[in-house]
Design a protein around this ligand. Structure first.
Ligand code: PXL
Length: 284
């Protein structure tokens, strides 16, 4: 088969929360729908995510990471990209770093979503020590996609409540780029009450670009993972960082709007499924 027709392959390193539409239950369908083979390395198995649902089960899969990786390596599997998100333990940061070190020299694109915090606070299972480790993982990435809270933890600066101004956002982006990754997409950017979106910075041209959509009031669980998965798929399909950010922002906004229209419980994730066909057409 001609090389141009070769299907791309991504390794997705996230937890699997059975219910609640986030991490692998979002990354797998979204990236696959965009035509990319998605290989799953689960970091933990939970009954639901940890955001506002009590009584969830939690099974840490740290001990399985290297055996799974070694098996894949023994099969000679290669990956166009590695996309990491929610990690299950402090030790996993080091293990995921080892996976990056193995595949980066082979040309794999490394995308890190430093999933650990939102609205100024760390998620329940994360410690400040783990937040520091996530920052170290970001240093080794080609693309990172923190929200503003995560950006503040990585940079060690105080979190500020929205709205923001361009100077604040552009300063965060440029400081994150100096920190390591050449491409940075910051989510949760808002300059007023009516719009919400992402700001992207590519060190290759040094320009900051914005992708805003209509703001829907309230907090919607899993939207960072919906956005990140659509972003990674679009970039791998050859879109520029700015176009990929716009496609991902519009797709996420559509999922939020469908969820609001249906009156669903916002802790149960957003209806990203109904937008998959459109996303696949856009992210081609
Ligand atoms: O969407 C981020 C996320 C992923 N995985 C788990 C989570 C969260 C956020 O709360 O709890 C298990």
């Amino acid at each position: 088969m001609a090389n141009a027709e070769r299907q791309k392959r991504v390794m997705a390193i996230h937890d699997i929360s059975g219910f609640g539409r986030c991490s692998l239950t979002v990354a797998l369908p979204i990236i696959s729908a965009c035509g990319i083979e998605t290989v799953c390395l689960p970091t933990a198995l939970l009954s639901t995510h940890t955001g506002g649902i009590d009584g969830y089960t939690y099974h840490d899969l740290t001990g399985d990471i290297m055996p799974i990786f070694n098996h894949w390596a023994s099969l000679g599997l290669e990956f166009d990209a590695i996309y990491s998100g929610f990690l299950g333990s402090f030790e996993q940061i080091d293990l995921v770093g080892k996976i990056f070190d193995h595949y980066r020299p082979k040309g794999s694109f490394i995308a890190v979503d430093p999933v650990m915090a939102d609205n100024g606070v760390l998620y329940k299972i994360y410690s400040p020590e783990m937040a520091k480790g996530m920052g170290e993982l970001c240093r080794r990435a080609d693309l990172i996609m923190p929200n503003i809270t995560e950006a503040c933890f990585i940079l060690g600066v105080d979190y500020q409540e929205p709205p923001y101004d361009e100077k604040y956002i552009e300063d965060l982006l440029k400081r994150l780029a100096v920190f390591g990754a050449k491409q940075v997409v910051l989510t949760g950017v808002c300059f007023d009450n009516d719009h919400l979106g992402a700001a992207s910075f590519d060190a290759d041209d040094g320009v900051v670009r914005y992708a805003f959509t209509e703001r829907v009031e309230g907090y919607f669980h899993g939207t960072g993972d919906v956005f990140g998965s659509a972003l990674v798929a679009s970039v791998l399909n050859g879109k520029s960082l700015a176009d990929a950010s716009r496609i991902a922002a519009e797709y996420t906004c559509g999922a939020i709007k469908r969820t609001v229209a249906a009156g669903s419980d916002r802790r149960f994730g957003v209806n990203f499924e109904a937008g998959l066909a459109d996303l696949a057409a856009q992210a081609k």
